[in-house]
Structures are given as C-alpha cells and as structure tokens.
Design a protein around this ligand. Structure first.
Ligand code: KG4
Ligand code: ZN
Length: 398
C-alpha cells in the first residue's frame, strides 16, 4: 500500500509518500516548502499562506513523486477530458491551483498510489481548504480514496515511524504555534485531552517574544539559537521571567502573561536611551532575554508534563509539534527523567519531523486507513464529490 499525504494547515506546504509492506513502513519521499513570506510580518497571514499553498502544491507534488520514482509522463494525452469539469468544480475557489493541477494531470500518468491522506483540521481554515480540495481533486482524477487526518494526532503518531513499539499508555505533549496540549494516549486512536493552554500556545509565545525583540519569524528557532549564546544558568542570569501556572494542580497552561513580561522588560531597557538609539537593544540583553523566555517556557512544559505522566501512570512521554524541535526542551526532559529516576521512556521526532511536514500526515493516514472516503463514481461526478470530507479549523482530538 502506498499513501500520498498532503499538509497545508499553516504555512508549510508538505507532501510525502509512504509505503507499507507487511506492516513495515518505508518513506519514499517527504518534501516541505516553508513559506518565507511571513518572516517580514512576524506571523502568518492566512490568506497570504493560502495563496502560497496554491502556488506550491503542484511543484511539491511533482518533487515528491519524482523522488519516490513514481512520476511518469503520459503518452496518451488528455485521456480524461470529462474529469476536468469536476476537478474545476472542486477547485472553483482556487483558480491558480486548478490551472496547475490540470497541467499536471495532462502531463503525467496516474501514479502507483493507493490512497491520499490529508489534514482536515485543526489549522487555518483557508489553508486547510486548499489542501483538502487538492486531495479531493486528485482523488477524483485518480479514482482513489481520501483519508482525513487530524493534525494533532499526526504530530503524535509520527513518533511511531522510528519507534514502532512505544509503550502505552503515554502522555503526549503537543506544542506548536497553534497548540499546547497534554494528551493521554490510551491506544492509537483513543485519546483524552488532560490539559491545554488557556490563551497563547507555547510556539506563539516564542513567536511573539521574537517579534518584540525584533528577531523575525518563526521565533522558536531564532530564540533557541541566540539563547545558546548566553551561556546558560551558570552565567547567573539577571532576568528571570515568571512561570505562569506552574504551581496549579491542573495540567493547563497560560503563556500570554509571559509575552507581556517580555514587553515590559524591553520597555524598561529602552526607557533611558538617547533618542537616536531609542529602539536598539543591546546584544547581551537580547541573548539573556532569549535564554529567559526559553527557560521559562521549558520549565512550565516539563513540570506539567511530568506531573501528568506520573498521575496517569504513563509508560512513555511522547513529544510532538514545532516547539519539540527545541534542543534545550529535549535535553532538560531527558535530564529530569533521569535525575528523578522515573520509569518512563521519552520519545521525540527528529527536528524536521517535529515541525509541520507531510510525512506525519502519511503515518497518521496509515493508522487511520479504515476511515477512508471512497471517490464518487465518475457517473455521479456532478456535485457529490467527496461531500463527506469536511474541513474543521477547531478539530479536537478526543
Ligand atoms: O508544528 P509547527 O511547525 O506548526 C504548527 O502546527 O503550528 O510549529 C511551529 C511553531 C512555531 O511557533 C515555531 O516558532 C516553533 O514551532 N518552533 C520552535 C522551534 N522550531 C519551531 N520553538 C522552539 N524551538 C525551536 N527549535
Ligand atoms: Zn503542527
């Protein structure tokens, strides 16, 4: 079985191809095109991201199929003229994507793919629609089913690619730009949210702090890099930021106050400056502030995760989402688990699979293959195309 997966829930256009043979998974390709356009604005604008997905999807698909050696130029041109009517209808709101898809379908043969997995939520609604409509169009043109995938579940399940024998129950910390959730994983497919952020996500806090410090977007990787130049706790930092909700008995988080603390500190730092230097932050201050932001976020995430893992008798802690690429977070988790002699395994994906990518959708698609939605028969192609496949920007896991 070969699954082609599509991820467009935020600002990364990802397509991957995963092959399964006797339950052994092999990655054939995993291409991600990260949109650079947002770095100038300090955040993602959904309509801008949607436009970029429309441009990127077909070139990324071509690259993914080529790498998987599944791209074959057709020798019977336009063998599917009627299908374009329906493809056009499916992509009626994505004209650029329709034109690119039509050219692609005219040029290449149907590849050896059995199903298309696609993120249908949670995420930015206009972005989700592009991916889902593209999946529907390909499903129709190639006559293969679509598997709807929950993006959060995919951040968890991608860990099973390199660790197929993860011991359950597990507690999973999914930390990204849009989410901060603690999820009890009883079994694959059986989840319970046991805690989550009441306001900003941890990644959002990294991004907003970076914007206040004038460091660009996405903030997490930049803050992490600059923080490493500070020299750590041994340097006796003067800036110590609050750890919101660290002592609350529940497993919820709150990060919006942390961003406000950064803002006030920066204002204080700049207040006695001569006018010509009124916005220039001292390099040492910035590196110490980056360290302080990262340290506060890591402290809260680790404390709450370990507390919940103990309470739910978890055998494993599973990390996922863009913030789990943070090397300080990973090493502090490892240190705490070892130091407290906890009988728990810790698993996390390689950094490239922590941030959004198509492969995580392919892996989740594989585990959810029973949920597949068959393409409508070509006779019924008028309006019934993939009606069951919907987008849900606020989709919840369990
Ligand atoms: O999972 P992801 O790629 O997209 C969403 O689903 O939101 O996560 C993106 C988030 C951004 O907020 C980014 O700043 C953060 O993950 N991030 C990091 C690191 N790499 C990405 N945060 C901290 N340290 C990193 N190394
Ligand atoms: Zn994500």
């Amino acid at each position: 079985m070969k699954i082609l997966a599509i991820e467009t829930s935020c600002d990364d256009t990802g397509i991957a191809i995963l092959s399964e043979n006797k339950k052994k998974l092999t990655v054939l390709s995993n291409i991600v095109s990260s949109q650079q356009i947002h770095s100038n604005y300090g955040g993602v604008f959904p309509m801008m991201a949607k436009r970029e997905h429309q441009r990127n999807l077909v070139p990324v698909l071509e690259q993914a199929l080529k790498l998987a050696k599944l791209l074959k130029i057709t020798n019977h041109k336009s063998q599917i003229p009627n299908k374009f009517q329906t493809v056009k209808k499916i992509l009626e709101k994505e004209n650029t994507l329709f034109e690119n898809t039509k050219d692609f379908l005219e040029k290449y043969e149907k590849p050896d793919i059995d199903a298309i997995a696609v993120t249908h939520g949670p995420g930015l609604e206009p972005c989700l629609y592009v991916g889902v409509n593209f999946a529907k169009a390909l499903s129709h043109a190639w006559g293969i089913p679509v598997i709807p995938v929950n993006h959060i579940e995919a951040h968890i399940l991608v860990n099973f690619l390199e660790n197929p024998k993860i011991e359950l129950p597990a507690v999973s910390l999914v930390v990204s730009g849009g989410h901060t959730q603690l999820i009890l994983v009883k079994k694959i497919g059986n989840y319970q949210i046991i805690g989550e952020t009441r306001d900003d996500a941890a990644g959002e806090c990294f991004d907003k702090a970076a914007r206040i410090l004038g460091l660009g977007y996405p903030g997490g990787p930049i803050i992490s890099k600059i923080a490493s130049e500070f020299g750590g706790r041994r340097t006796s930092p003067k800036i110590v930021l609050p750890r919101p909700m660290i002592h609350s008995k529940d497993y919820n988080f709150s990060f919006s106050g942390l961003k406000t603390s950064v803002l006030y500190r920066v204002r204080d730092e700049l207040k006695d400056r001569p006018v010509d230097q009124s916005t220039v932050l001292n390099k040492k201050f910035v590196s110490e502030m980056c360290f302080a932001v990262q340290d506060a976020i890591c402290d809260v995430l680790i404390k709450k995760t370990i507390n919940s893992a103990k309470a739910y008798k978890a055998k494993t802690i599973i990390l996922g989402g863009g913030v789990s690429a943070n090397s300080e977070l990973r090493s502090q988790f490892e240190f705490k688990i070892k130091n407290e002699k906890l009988k728990m395994n810790l698993v996390f994906p390689p950094p490239a699979l922590s941030t959004d990518n198509g492969l995580m959708i392919a892996v989740a698609g594989y585990f959810n293959k029973a949920k597949k939605i068959a393409p409508p028969s070509h006779k019924a192609s008028g309006g019934a195309v993939g009606q069951k496949l919907s987008v849900n920007a606020n989709l919840r896991i369990g």
